[in-house]
Design a binder for this molecule. Structure first.
Ligand code: NAD
Length: 412
C-alpha cells in the first residue's frame, strides 16, 4: 500500500464513481460525496464536500460532463448542431474543492473532456493543490472489473513528464490492479486525446464492421462473419500496430481507388450512408494541411520546397495514388515553388541545395514489419540553411533545423 496516499476523497459517486470508490476502499480509507444522496456499505459518505476533501491525501473527481440528454445517441442526432460536452458542473466542483485543499493534496480529475479543456479552463480552478488528469477506460456493467483490469491507465500532467505526482498516482494504483496494466503518461492534452480517440476508434471500427453487415444483406450470398473473421486474423497489417504511425496519407494503386469504388457500392446498394466519403475527404484535406504548412514555412524562409520521395512509397518507382503528388497538387494551387527528389523516379537534387525538405519516404515505417532494415538514407544532402519537415518524426540531425510534424509539445 502507498504510504503517502492513504486517505481518499471521492467527489461524484454516480455510475462510475461509486463502484471505483468501493474498489479503492479495498486498500484505502475512502470518503465519498455526492449532491445526490448515495449509500454504500463499503465507503464512508460525507454530508458535505468539505468532509470528503479536507485532510485527504488524494481527491478524485468523477462528476458528469454531460451533453443535452437529446445527444445521447438513442435517437437521431447527426442533423443537430455539433456540441462540446458541458463543463459547468466540473468547473464549479473544482472551484468548490479549491476552498478546502492545500499543496499537500493531489486533486485527480477523471471526468471525460475534449483535448485542450484542462489547460484552457479546468486547471485554473485548482490553485491551492496539485492536479492530475486521469480519465478511465471503463464500460457500464463491468465498472469494478474494468477498474482493476484496464487496458491501460492514462495519466496526464502539465508537461507530460513522469513527475513525482504521476509516479505517486501509479504507486497508488499498483496494489489495486489485477492485470499489471500499462501506464500511458503524457501531457493533459495527450491524456484527454488518448481517452477520446480510444472511444471513437471503437466507434469507427464498429461502423466499418457493420457496413460489411449491410453489404452482406444488400448484396446477398455473404455471411458477414466470414469476412470479419478473415480481417480479424489479418494480424500483420490490420489488427496490429501497422498504420498506427501518423504521417503521410494512404496511397498506392489500390487503397485510394478501393475507397472510391466502395463509395460507389454504398450508393449502388442504397446503404443510406457513405463512410468513405469522409475518409477520402479527410485524406485530401490532410494533404492540403501539409501543403499549407509547407507554404507558410516557405513564406517565412524564402526557400523552395523539395518533396523527398515522389513514388507512393520508398524503393518503387510507381506514382499511382502518390500522396507526395497529392501534396504537390495543393502546393501548385497555392503557387508554392516546389519539386521532387526521388532517384528511382529520375528526380535528382544537387547535394548542398537549400530547401524545405518534406521527408515523405521512410523505409523503416513502410517496410519495418518485414524485419530489421537499415536506416533511411537521404536521396541528397540538404544545404546547411535547409529546414527538414519530417511527418514521421524520426529524423534527427546535429546541425540542420528539423521539424517533427505532429509533435507540438512545448509550442505555444
Ligand atoms: N459511466 C462510465 O462507465 C464512465 C466511463 C468512463 C468515463 N466516464 C466519465 O466519468 C464522468 C462521470 O460519469 P458517470 O457515468 O459516473 O456520471 P453520473 O452522472 O452517473 O455521475 C456523476 C455524479 O456526480 C454527481 N455530482 C454532480 N454535481 C456534483 C457536485 N457538485 N458535487 C458532488 N457530486 C456531484 C452526480 O450527482 C452524480 O452522482 C463523466 O465525465 C463520464 O464521461 C464514465
Amino acid at each position: 500500500m502507498s504510504i503517502q496516499l492513504k486517505n481518499v476523497g471521492f467527489i461524484g459517486i454516480g455510475k462510475l464513481g461509486l463502484a471505483c470508490a468501493e474498489v479503492m476502499s479495498t486498500h484505502y480509507n475512502v470518503t465519498g460525496y455526492d449532491i445526490y444522496p448515495r449509500t454504500s456499505d463499503k465507503i464512508k459518505i460525507s454530508d458535505t464536500l468539505e468532509g470528503a476533501v479536507r485532510g485527504k491525501d488524494i481527491i478524485f473527481v468523477a462528476v458528469q460532463t454531460p451533453h443535452d440528454p437529446i445527444y445521447d445517441g438513442s435517437q437521431p442526432i447527426t442533423h443537430l448542431p455539433n456540441k462540446d460536452f458541458d463543463y459547468t458542473i466540473v468547473n464549479q466542483v473544482l472551484a468548490d474543492i479549491n476552498q478546502y485543499v492545500t499543496q499537500d493534496q493531489l486533486v485527480v480529475l477523471i471526468s471525460t473532456v475534449l483535448p485542450g479543456t484542462t489547460r484552457r479552463e479546468l486547471r485554473q480552478h485548482i490553485t491551492n493543490a496539485r492536479f492530475i488528469y486521469n480519465p478511465y477506460l471503463i464500460a457500464m456493467g463491468s465498472v469494478a472489473w474494468d477498474m482493476v483490469n484496464p487496458e491501460m491507465v492514462i495519466i496526464g500532467t502539465e508537461d507530460g513528464s513522469l513527475t513525482g505526482d504521476a509516479q505517486l498516482l501509479k504507486d497508488f494504483y499498483t496494489p489495486l490492479m489485477e492485470n499489471n496494466p500499462r501506464y500511458a503518461i503524457g501531457t493533459w492534452d495527450e491524456a484527454e486525446a488518448i481517452k477520446i480517440f480510444y472511444n471513437t476508434f471503437i466507434s469507427t471500427k464498429v461502423g466499418l464492421v457493420n457496413m460489411i453487415q449491410d453489404v452482406a444483406i444488400k448484396n446477398g450470398n455473404m455471411n458477414v462473419d466470414v469476412v470479419t473473421d478473415a480481417l480479424i486474423n489479418s494480424t500483420i497489417r490490420i489488427i496490429s500496430g501497422k498504420y498506427m504511425t501518423a504521417g503521410m496519407g494512404d496511397a498506392g494503386p489500390c487503397h485510394p481507388r478501393d475507397n472510391i469504388a466502395l463509395r460507389w457500392l454504398a450508393e449502388n446498394l442504397d446503404l443510406g450512408y457513405d463512410i468513405f466519403d469522409t475518409v477520402m475527404h479527410a485524406r485530401e484535406q490532410q494533404a492540403r494541411n501539409v501543403a499549407l504548412y509547407l507554404h507558410k514555412l516557405q513564406l517565412n524562409t524564402g526557400l523552395p520546397i523539395i518533396i523527398h520521395g515522389m513514388a507512393y512509397k520508398p524503393d518503387v518507382d510507381y506514382l499511382d495514388g502518390s500522396y507526395s503528388l497529392l501534396i504537390g497538387s495543393y502546393l501548385n494551387e497555392l503557387g508554392a515553388e516546389h519539386d521532387y527528389c526521388d532517384p528511382l523516379c529520375g528526380r535528382l537534387v544537387q547535394d548542398g541545395y537549400n530547401a524545405i525538405v518534406l521527408l515523405a519516404h521512410n523505409r523503416q515505417i513502410t517496410y519495418g514489419y518485414t524485419g530489421e532494415l537499415p536506416e533511411q538514407q537521404l536521396y541528397f544532402t540538404p544545404g546547411a540553411a535547409s529546414v527538414i519537415v519530417d511527418p514521421w518524426r524520426r529524423f534527427v540531425h546535429p546541425t540542420l533545423k528539423v521539424i517533427h510534424y505532429g509533435n507540438t509539445r512545448g509550442q505555444v
